[in-house]
Ligand binder design. Structure first.
Ligand code: HEC
Length: 165
């Protein structure tokens, strides 16, 4: 119930802000400080959420895995260009995006998401709030023939999750 109220409010804000903005959404002052979209709203569509939540990382966050994850985050994964070297969402490309990248050091974020939901986003990209907004810049980076493998994705995710602890 509470969630649907949030949806109604956010849709109204989106409609108002659509005018005159090339991207169709204006995140300035919207949602959280810095222009992140409201983190309380799941990025996985309702019909897939329960299943996504149950997906677990295939390995533990050992120091070796975290070191590999960091290398992927800063290197081949390209995450750093948007999420920033410290994962604060302030990478060089961030200011060009309509919606600001996730700040992985935000403790709220860690309480609200399971690793499985984050893997869903790596595979499908993020449409922001329940698919109601155009693409957010968070593209589907884990693809069979693209960018990074699922294993690399998990390592980068475990590294990101370690940033908020
Ligand atoms: C082109 C910029 C860009 C790149 C490159 C990028 N991201 Fe993102 N990322 C974003 C944006 C923007 C968001 C916020 C999307 C939203 O609010 O729904 C985001 C959100 C996320 C989220 C949070 C999703 C959620 O459920 O809240 C995760 C996890 C994530 N990114 C992981 C990664 C990883 C891992 C990489 C590197 C492999 C990466 N991102 C590369 C822009 C980027």
């Amino acid at each position: 119930m509470r969630r649907s109220v949030i949806h109604v409010v956010t849709s109204a804000v989106l409609l108002v802000s659509v005018h005159g903005v090339a991207w169709g959404v204006n995140p300035t002052g919207y949602g959280q400080a810095g222009g992140e979209y409201d983190v309380r709203i799941p990025r996985v569509p309702a019909g897939e959420l329960a299943k996504a939540k149950k997906v677990r990382p295939p390995f533990d966050a050992t120091p070796e895995v975290l070191a590999e994850g960091k290398a992927i985050f800063l290197g081949v994964g390209g995450c750093v260009s948007c999420h920033g070297a410290e994962g604060k969402g302030d990478g060089a490309a961030a200011s060009n995006l309509p919606i600001q990248p996730r700040n992985f050091t935000n403790p709220k974020f860690h309480k609200l998401r399971t690793p499985g939901e984050l893997m869903w986003v790596l595979k499908n990209g993020s449409m922001g709030q329940s698919g109601r907004v155009p693409g957010t810049g968070m593209l589907p980076v884990v693809q069979p023939k693209g960018f990074i493998t699922e294993e690399q994705g998990w390592k980068a995710l475990l590294y990101e999750l370690s940033l908020g602890q």
